[in-house]
Ligand binder design. Structure first.
Ligand SMILES: [Zn+2]
Ligand SMILES: [Zn+2]
Length: 316
């Protein structure tokens, strides 16, 4: 099994996205890049330099339902008839008939003012332009095997960054394709999402993410190939760094909460990240909600739900 990295440019702040070509039968891509002219050209020329064209691709595995990773899949499918595989929890987000109503409720429960919700959802619509919805996918589950003629990659479900994020593990040398779950220089955002089982609830992104990191650690990975940037080769160190970072942010957040009374996530996010603007305001909110929910799960705060926004308070 030969693995090639193709760095595909994106119009986003995060920079290029890593696409991996698995040169074995059936010829497989892990991720493809966003729907954007430069990205399309980048993917096409990257493949060409390895001696392939879109029509040679037999299979596309999508690591998670973010536009920078799957947006071009439909274009590749139209030229190749490749099969697209994605974890069952992220599949609805890449299909044509996906509805966004659950997000409006999540944002309202976080205390986001109505006007800002409209603006955020309009921004989300624009962002969706970077992904061409797919007509059909095959869904993956934890422990599924993606078979090649001589080898296979195991699917490890690593929820957190999105509910259906996956890692792919090559067991022979414990190489892990980790996408945005493990990035060398960026801390992955736990993005605000509805729970995949019950869309009226929030997905517990940070708690799930920390469990996923522990699971990856139990695989004793040698090399982790991320969705952006260079490989990670010292996962133990990375793991401890992430835990320290999470702990520090938890303390900062808890320090901001008033001794008396209750606060919602939106007001807290403005205190925790005063300078975030545009899409980063949404990411700041996601991060804050994730940390508040995690503090509740750890028994450090209580959450009160009502018809209005959820509010959090310290334990008496
Ligand atoms: Zn992502
Ligand atoms: Zn990404």
């Amino acid at each position: 099994m030969k693995v090639h990295r193709i760095s595909v440019p994106t119009p986003f702040y995060v920079g290029p996205v890593n696409v991996y070509l698995i040169e074995e039968n059936p010829l497989t891509l892990i991720d493809v890049g966003p729907r954007d002219d430069n990205s399309l050209e980048g993917l096409r020329s990257g493949l060409r330099s390895l001696g392939y064209k879109f029509s040679d691709i037999k299979r596309i595995v999508i690591s998670h339902a973010h536009a920078d990773h799957y947006g071009l899949a439909r274009v590749v499918v139209e030229e190749s008839a490749a099969t697209v595989l994605i974890h069952e929890w992220d599949a609805p987000a890449v299909l044509e008939n996906h509805d966004e109503f659950a997000y409006r409720d999540l944002l309202a429960a976080a205390g986001v003012p109505q006007k800002t919700i409209d603006r955020m959802l309009a921004g989300y619509e624009k962002f969706k332009g970077f992904a061409h919805p797919l007509q059909s996918v095959e869904t993956l589950k934890d422990n599924d095997e993606i078979l090649f003629d001589h080898e296979s990659l195991s699917v490890v479900h690593t929820p957190g960054h999105t509910p259906g994020s996956i890692c792919l593990v090559r067991t022979s040398n414990r190489l892990v394709f980790a996408s945005d779950t493990v990035l060398k220089t960026i801390t992955p955002n736990p993005v605000l999402s509805p729970d995949p089982i019950n869309s009226k609830r929030r997905f517990q992104s940070l708690g799930e993410y920390l469990v996923s990191l522990a699971r990856i650690r139990s695989l004793a990975p040698t090399v982790l190939k991320g969705g952006h940037g260079e490989d990670v080769t010292d996962f133990d160190e990375h793991f401890h760094r992430m835990y320290r970072f999470t702990k520090a942010r938890q303390s900062k957040l808890l320090g901001l909460l008033p001794r008396q009374g209750a606060v919602n996530a939106w007001d807290t996010s403005k205190q925790l990240f005063p300078d975030a603007a545009g899409y980063h305001r949404f990411l700041a909110l996601s991060e804050t909600v994730a940390h508040l929910d995690y503090a509740v799960a750890e028994g450090k705060l209580v959450v009160e739900r009502s018809d209005g926004p959820d509010v959090y308070r310290r334990l008496p």
